[in-house]
Design a protein around this ligand. Structure first.
Ligand code: CA2
Length: 157
């Protein structure tokens, strides 16, 4: 029987392209490229295929999520500031119909009130917050676990 390779799409929102260049005390000093390298190493070990997308534009993120319906099996998304505002990204996640994990570098529960609101939290299977770039690796592992359909999982898609 042939084994199918899981395709995981990582989607990053506005300003994550300049990660590591300012505010290291909030977001750390690693760049998005550093995080992607760590994710790629984890994907190689897991035998998964990963693709990365970052945009500062809401509509481009919506377009990419719509396309994911045809070219991905799972999503890891950090919508960044759009987490707190974007009904369009929420709707696109629902449209693509794939299991998704929400990831944040910082612990949103310890930050400003407006960052405690997530418009996507109830359409993703789970969230990882507050452990910096390593959260992307953990979110990836969670998605792989879900796709492998382990028995006894207490999650809903
Ligand atoms: O903690 C997270 O991962 C966030 O999604 C990061 C967003 C923020 O708007 C969310 O509330 C929480 C910010 C993305 C990066 O912003 C930078 C700001 C200054 C310097 C470099 C990046």
């Amino acid at each position: 029987m042939s084994k199918t390779v899981s395709r995981i799409l990582f989607v990053d929102g506005p300003n994550l392209n300049v990660l590591g260049k300012r505010e290291p005390c909030v977001y750390g000093n690693r760049t998005l490229d550093d995080i992607r390298k760590e994710v790629s190493a984890a994907a190689t070990l897991a035998g998964a295929e990963v693709a990365f997308f970052q945009s500062n534009h809401e509509g481009e993120i919506v377009d990419r999520l719509q396309k994911a319906r045809d070219d991905a099996d799972g999503i890891v998304i950090n919508p960044a500031a759009y987490t707190h505002t974007s009904v369009a990204i929420r709707d696109a996640l629902l449209y693509c119909g794939l299991p998704a994990m929400e990831v944040h570098l910082s612990n949103l529960s310890k930050r400003e009130e407006f960052r405690k609101i997530s418009l996507v939290e109830d359409v993703v299977v789970g969230r990882v917050c507050g452990i910096g770039g390593y959260g992307y690796v953990l979110a990836f592992m969670a998605i792989m676990h879900i796709l492998q359909g382990e028995k006894g999982n207490a999650y809903e898609r």
